[in-house]
Write a protein that binds this ligand. Structure first.
Ligand SMILES: Cc1cc2nc3c(=O)[nH]c(=O)nc-3n(C[C@H](O)[C@H](O)[C@H](O)COP(=O)(O)OP(=O)(O)OC[C@H]3O[C@@H](n4cnc5c(N)ncnc54)[C@H](O)[C@@H]3O)c2cc1C
Length: 463
């Protein structure tokens, strides 16, 4: 269908002002936080479920693809319109529809920023736990699409543990409800299937979330190390001791340098690594737990453990962690985030090998990651204008994921597969596994209307 005609028809559904198609718009919606680029035919900003349903019916009838988009901060190319079509941007559907304190639930539209919901909940003394470092700008629809994680997911679980139900528009425009406010739902767990499906199975227009009272007390510590391996060993020793802190984050020397140059979080410049450890829960017993953690740190050659004494000190440490990706972005024109997961006990060894891969390709790598979950984020620094360097980045990234898979881990902790890691799916799944996933895609979206060419590789290995 000609773009002009498409724009006119879509304007009839959402209003002229909510369809974007200028050259600048097509350029802006052609990229996300990954290294990939595409080009949509137009961008549509729906205002209601009914409008989404009409857009989907129109797209299906005319063989047009649809890519759902929150803020486009995903790091795996999940929102790249690789085959053109409509980008469905949820910025207008950004309301909190209900906060139900008695039942500890919230109902929201998908376009709301994660932190905006959290700020509203804070007025009631409540919290929505998943906390991607991008929460200031990421949307709950995007968190749903990626099954996002964050520092506090070590103790509380990732997005899938906090989304209890959704209103979903299927490929033919039909609207269904999956899950709900109650704890258990009979029938298949379709909410579980849809969370993390990267916009390939259905489009969420409402989300039902689990919310929790804020913990009574919090204690935040910074453990400082002269060796990355000692920091890694401390992580598994803490968990092996039966302690699950709220967060257990690791930041290495290069990241510390970047953070200190821009955010001044108080991380020592001469350390090889720091661990940001936070306990939360009841006040009673917290001091004893903190003492035990410090003892484990000492056994693993910690240089010093600092405890945040005020809320301002805690906020400063967290600003350093949450701003780390942004700070690293100042070191070189580009960075590429790998997102592999390994069993915690393998962290020291895998980290050493990640740095070896960097040296072999002549690429600098900074590390800042959810160590408690064994979820590595090596940030490979480069300049995309240098084609040879870019080629090496892709090779090094793939090698790091293979290393994680071979160490008994996997190729994504939280950033999804998107356009970027389809080939690497074969590191962890065989052809039967992939074929089963393709059947799920076919059942939900037999005509490939939603986000085509993502997640599942075309070719499969023989089993
Ligand atoms: C600096 C930085 C830090 C980050 N830190 C973290 C982190 O700590 N943890 C983490 O997990 N991620 C992190 N991310 C990655 C990213 O922020 C998350 O994946 C986030 O959930 C994406 O949200 P978004 O609104 O930008 O979604 P988008 O990027 O717009 O979309 C993500 C996926 O969801 C799909 N989607 C969007 N809306 C819907 C909908 N309504 N229905 C169905 N599918 C939909 C899209 O099609 C796409 O596949 C970080 C990214 C950056 C840039």
């Amino acid at each position: 269908m000609e773009r002009e005609k498409m724009v006119e028809e879509l304007a009839g559904i959402v209003g002229k002002e909510n369809v974007l198609s200028s050259e600048t718009d097509l350029l802006l919606y052609g990229y996300d936080a990954s290294l990939f680029r595409g080009r949509p035919d137009c961008i549509v900003l729906p205002g209601s479920t009914e409008e989404v349903s009409k857009i989907v019916k129109f797209a299906r009838a005319n063989g047009i693809h649809i890519v759902a988009r929150g803020s486009g901060t995903n790091l795996s190319g999940g929102t790249i319109p690789t085959q053109g079509g409509i980008v469905l941007h949820f910025s207008r559907m950004n309301r909190v529809l209900e906060i139900d304190i008695e039942n500890q639930r919230a109902v929201v539209e998908p376009g709301i920023f994660t932190l905006v919901l959290k700020n509203q909940l804070a007025r009631y003394g409540y919290i929505y736990q998943p906390d991607p470092a991008s929460e200031k700008v990421s949307t709950l629809g995007g968190n749903f699409g990626e099954n996002s994680g964050g520092p506090h997911c070590l103790k509380y679980g990732v997005t899938t543990n906090h989304i209890l139900g959704a209103e979903v528009v299927l490929y033919d425009g039909e609207v269904i409800q999956v899950g709900g406010k109650a704890l258990d739902h009979p029938g298949y767990d379709l909410t579980g299937v849809l969370v993390g499906s990267e916009g390939t199975l259905g489009i969420a227009t409402k989300l039902i979330l689990r919310i929790m009272p804020k913990p009574e007390a919090v204690k935040t510590m910074l453990a400082i190390y002269n060796s990355l391996e000692d920091a890694g060993r401390t992580v598994s020793a803490i968990i092996a001791d039966g302690i699950i802190p709220a967060t257990l984050e690791m930041i290495d020397r290069l990241t510390i340098k970047a953070v200190e140059e821009s955010i001044h979080a108080g991380f020592p410049l001469d350390a090889e690594a720091v661990l940001l450890i936070e306990l939360d829960g009841l006040k009673d017993g917290m001091e004893r737990l903190a003492e035990r953690i410090m003892e484990i740190c000492r056994k693993n050659n910690v240089r010093e453990v600092k405890v945040a004494k005020t809320e301002a000190e805690r906020a400063q440490l967290w600003a350093g962690r949450r701003g780390a990706f942004g700070a690293v972005a100042r070191l070189r024109p580009n960075y590429f985030v790998c997102d592999g997961t390994v069993p915690r006990t393998r962290l020291p060894e895998v980290l050493t090998r990640v740095m070896e891969i960097g040296r072999r390709y002549g690429l600098a790598i900074a590390n800042v990651f959810h160590a408690g979950d064994g979820n590595l984020h090596p940030l490979i620094l480069f300049d995309e204008r240098n084609e040879e360097e870019l080629r090496k980045v892709h090779l090094a990234g793939s090698e790091i994921l293979k290393l994680c898979a071979d160490a008994g881990g996997t190729i994504s902790g939280e950033h999804g597969i998107g356009t970027e890691k389809m080939k690497e799916m074969l590191f962890v799944f065989n052809s039967q596994d992939i074929a089963a996933m393709k059947k799920v895609k076919k059942a939900f979206d037999p005509e490939d209307v939603y986000n085509p060419g993502k997640v599942l590789p075309e070719q499969t290995l023989s089993a």
